[in-house]
Design a protein around this ligand. Structure first.
Ligand code: FEO
Ligand code: CA
Ligand code: CA
Length: 687
């Protein structure tokens, strides 16, 4: 693709980037990623030789057969259709897909959680709520690190509910992605943070495990309350111990003065979404870790400098200035510390003494999520997105089969792949304005290109010029070398539990500027509302190396001709913008939460059928309060949970004068929280 001129329009506090995110979100969430150069400057072409191209064509042909199989409505495995045909939606269709029978919530800018008529709601746990009775009550005017270490952290993103006891006790796991210091501290001076403020932020990052119960509320209530002092409650923060496992553990590039063995890392940073394994552990994804590390600009070694640049580390002082209080955040003083972040972390929430493991065999990038599906022969596939404009979509497949035990080493042995998408329409028909090509679909075939195979402490590289350990540590550069497809910010990924089709949320990309820069899988220029892809693995096997794919949704205002709702009548859908986290209900309906709605409404949670006559009928289930993002949707029969992340994170918003007062109301500070909705009549969601 053509490179555009470098952009260094660092935002003013009251500025706004090209999409709809507030300047505060850009600054605190991802270190102003949108205002820096796109880190992927690779050519985006497969540098393979003729044989490799022939291989490409062969796999494309094989995957083409999958499309044909999908057209015949069954896969080789005889399961559900792999990819439903587009255009099934009918004008004037009444009713709703099974499980999605609710009145859609209208777009709005209200400072509250808005749910459909007939639904009730409650807050499960807020920033500052105690997990242990020895913590003080939340006092926003007097935050301390000691208190925060025993309280729910800031900016929850992923949430999962694991079974605990019967139908009413669960283990809630949640990430605390990052902190909004300007909303946390009175008179916060970003140029001169105090040690006390930095230590609170260290404690407010990380993870929470907290038992919750519905037992206190009566039979019909879906409300959940934290069980303070439950023996499984845990907080992990920037000083908790994490073990590096897999081939990178113990190698020179992860050794530091504080950890000469290269095996124990303090902290997990910027954990965004995640997933659960079949053996009930939690995978949590370290995302924009780059923003915490200072002074990349002063690094002189050209190889190291390029590796840092590819991960977005190019500047001087960091936003939060942590390097002033701990040398490990200064790349000149601790050059390897940044190599110890950017991993998928596995947590065993049922063992309160367990040390979480950073699984290096799954590669290092800005991990958004990690969701799993068992392959046809019993191994585990883990799907992962790298949330950066023009970065890649990955899959890890374990060597060993999923066993009945704790599968302790399963994620240390296996092969990491990156996706290459090929369209089946002529390039001239991909015009960049969302117009469907003449075959009626943005679709095609794809292949999983192997990057590295991990086996114990060994890593066998499949990328010429890079060692196995280098591929795991600098996975983005490995993806560049094999010509992976540059995507429009791959965020959450989720296999449909009913059909096996994998859904990939691509949040947006306003830097894909020219018609020549689009491809059939990323078919819009200035894609400010994002899209959702369907990926159907060959033979419906998560272990396959080929797949078919199709664009399911081109988000935006349905009146915008560049949008596409899987062929459904656009007069009957909710406007949706910036799909981010995705989840499924048991029926196989897709639920999509949004981040950065560029249509003037608050962000929300949407549900859509992916099969049958209502395929593509997007319906808004809830909206979150002012300047919040909807995260971590969790859908079960009786309740819908979301994380309300960064309420009040708007232009000009401060601790003293925030733009949101949710959830406590009055003049209170906004508090990122987990919220729950359920039906007032006690019936199942959407019935
Ligand atoms: Fe933390 Fe990519 O959102
Ligand atoms: Ca096509
Ligand atoms: Ca996200």
């Amino acid at each position: 693709m053509t490179e555009t001129a470098p952009r260094r329009l660092l935002p003013l506090l009251t500025g706004r980037h090209g999409g709809s995110r507030s300047a505060l979100t850009c600054r605190f969430r991802c270190g102003d990623a949108c205002f820096h150069d796109v880190p992927n400057t690779s050519a985006g072409e497969y540098f393979g030789d003729v044989a490799a191209r022939a291989f490409s064509r062969r796999t494309a042909l094989k995957a083409g057969a999958v499309v044909a199989a999908a057209g015949a409505a069954t896969t080789v495995l005889g399961q559900q259709p792999a990819l439903a045909a587009p255009g099934k939606g009918q004008a004037g269709k009444s009713g709703a897909a099974p499980g999605l029978n609710f009145e859609p919530v209208a777009p709005n800018t209200d400072d509250k959680l808005t749910t459909p008529a007939g639904y009730l709601q409650d807050v499960v746990i807020r920033w500052g709520d105690k997990l242990f009775s020895d913590a003080p009550d939340f006092d926003p005017a007097h935050l301390t690190a000691a208190a925060q270490q025993r309280q729910f952290g800031y900016n929850c993103d992923y949430l999962g509910l694991l079974p605990l006891k019967g139908q009413h006790e669960f283990l809630l796991v949640a990430n605390h992605e990052y902190t909004d210091e300007i909303l946390m501290f009175a008179g916060y001076d970003a140029e001169n943070p105090t040690r006390e403020q930095v230590e609170v932020a260290w404690a407010a990052h990380g993870l929470s495990v907290v038992a919750v119960t519905s037992g206190q509320r009566g039979k019909r209530s879906g409300a959940l309350d934290p069980m303070v002092d439950h023996r499984l409650n845990r907080r992990f923060d920037t000083h908790s111990a994490f073990e590096l496992t897999g081939p990178v553990a113990g190698t020179d590039l992860v050794k530091t003065a504080a950890d000469p063995t290269g095996r124990t890392v303090l902290g997990t940073l910027n954990n965004c979404s995640g997933g659960l394994t079949p053996w009930d552990t939690w995978l949590t994804a370290e995302e924009n870790f780059n923003q915490y590390f200072a002074n990349a600009a002063s690094v002189t070694d050209p190889v190291v400098k390029e590796r840092l640049r590819r991960y977005g580390m190019t500047g001087g002082a960091s936003e939060r200035k942590w390097e002033r209080f701990d040398d490990r955040f200064d790349l000149l003083k601790a050059p390897n510390e940044a190599n110890r972040f950017g991993w998928i972390v596995e947590v065993d929430p049922y063992d309160p003494t367990s040390t979480p493991k950073k699984r290096t065999a799954l590669g290092r990038f800005k991990h958004e999520a990690a969701t799993t599906r068992v392959t046809a022969d019993g191994r585990l596939a883990v799907y992962m997105g790298d949330d950066e404009r023009f970065d890649y979509f990955y899959k890890f497949v374990s060597t060993d089969k999923v066993g009945k035990g704790d599968n302790r080493d399963l994620l240390d042995n296996g092969t990491l792949y990156v996706a290459k998408f090929t369209g089946n329409s002529p390039a001239a028909e991909i015009t960049g304005d969302g117009t469907l090509p003449s075959d009626g679909a943005f679709d095609g075939a794809g292949e999983w290109i192997p990057l590295v195979t991990s086996h114990g402490s060994e890593a066998i590289s499949h990328v010429p010029g890079m060692s196995g350990v280098e591929v795991l540590l600098f996975t983005r550069q490995a993806g560049d070398a094999v010509g992976a497809t540059k995507m429009d910010r791959p965020e959450d990924v989720e296999p449909n539990p009913v059909t096996g089709v994998v859904y990939v949320a691509l949040t947006n990309n306003t830097k894909r500027l020219l018609p020549g820069e689009v491809d059939e899988a990323n078919p819009r220029v200035n894609n400010k509302h994002g899209h959702v892809l369907e990926v159907a693995e060959a033979r419906n096997d998560a272990g396959a190396s080929a797949f078919a794919w199709r664009v399911f949704l081109l988000a935006g205002d349905p009146n915008d001709p560049s949008t596409y709702f899987a062929g459904f009548d656009k007069s009957q859908v909710s406007p949706i913008s910036c799909p981010d986290n995705v989840a499924f209900d048991k029926r196989g309906n897709l639920w999509i939460s949004t981040d950065g709605n560029a249509l003037g409404s608050n962000d929300g949670l949407f549900a859509v059928a992916v099969d049958g006559e209502f395929r593509g009928q997007v319906k808004q289930f809830l909206t979150v309060p002012v300047h919040a993002e909807t995260c971590g949707p969790w859908i079960d029969d009786d309740r819908v949970l979301v994380c309300v992340q960064h309420p009040g994170e708007g232009d000009g918003s401060t601790f003293e004068n925030p733009t949101s007062h949710w959830p406590d109301g009055g003049t209170s500070v906004p508090r990122p929280s987990v919220a729950v909705a359920w039906r007032a009549d006690g019936k199942k969601i959407g019935h």
